[in-house]
Design a protein around this ligand. Structure first.
Ligand SMILES: C[S@@+](CC[C@H](N)C(=O)[O-])C[C@H]1O[C@@H](n2cnc3c(N)ncnc32)[C@H](O)[C@@H]1O
Length: 230
């Protein structure tokens, strides 16, 4: 047996989680505020569907690399990714995050306060497809960085609004776009898979962006991110 087989054969969620913990311990580090954010989210009974610490740091690094001063997030939950992204902003930066569920929004607001970010972060309550046109009519944007992480069937519509609210050089990230590999099933009746496949059709036609998708494994299973540069 070659050495690589020893490494590859035990590939499973347990190993992915152990590697996530190792990377998190060595490179991401422990942060009392972010730990408290997740504890508050669990205590309030919110689903454990935030990005992992390693992915949160990836978002933070991408926003820093872009030099983002304005960020739009669609899908706040408890504000975990919001806080990672908020920390990537300069002191005069601005982040708007959209959340439809009132309980999630309440927990997120408390967490954003806990992180000392209320001056930089504005939470908009409501359905994203109603809030996004309102942001456009208020003249918000252009946003340097957009993170799309709400309901998946509407991903192409969120991407369309992201295009209206960004400009050349903006970065658009979409989470949960591999769905344990289900996205290659062109006959899938799963509305989330169909949402991702429609996004890919839009991206393939859209001349103003260059995009790719990376598959990810880790504590939250097998999924992926799409990264698009305008
Ligand atoms: C995957 S969670 C967001 C996780 C968060 N970005 C993080 O990583 O910490 C998705 C969130 O989107 C919200 N959501 C779902 N559909 C929505 C909609 N149509 N408009 C706004 N928010 C929505 C859900 O209530 C949920 O809190």
């Amino acid at each position: 047996m070659r050495a690589t087989h020893v490494l590859i054969e035990p590939m499973n969620e347990e190993l992915w989680s152990a590697v996530d913990r190792y990377i998190s311990d060595v490179l991401v580090g422990h942060d009392a505020v972010l730990d408290a954010v997740l504890e508050a989210s669990d205590a309030a009974g919110l689903p454990q569907i935030s990005v992992t610490p390693n992915q949160g740091k990836l978002l933070y690094l991408l926003a820093r690399m872009r030099g983002a001063r304005t960020i739009l997030e669609i899908g706040t939950l408890a504000g975990y990714s919001t806080i990672w992204l908020g920390r990537a902003l300069p002191p005069d930066g601005e982040l708007i995050t959209i959340e439809a569920d009132p309980k999630h929004a309440d927990v997120a607001l408390a967490n954003i306060s806990r992180a000392g970010l209320p001056a930089r972060v504005e939470l908009r309550r409501g359905l994203a497809l109603e809030v996004l046109p309102a942001l456009a009519s208020e003249g918000k944007g252009p946003f340097d960085f957009v993170f799309i992480d709400a309901d998946k069937p509407n991903i192409p519509e969120y991407f369309g609004w992201a295009m209206k609210l960004t400009t050349q050089g903006s970065v658009i990230i979409v989470d949960n776009v591999v769905r344990e590999g289900a996205i290659i099933d062109e006959t899938s009746g799963d509305p989330s898979v169909r949402g991702v496949r429609r996004l890919n059709e839009v991206l393939a036609r859209e001349k103003r962006v260059s995009a790719t998708t990376i598959q990810t494994v880790g504590a939250k299973g097998y999924d992926g991110f799409t990264i698009a540069l305008r």
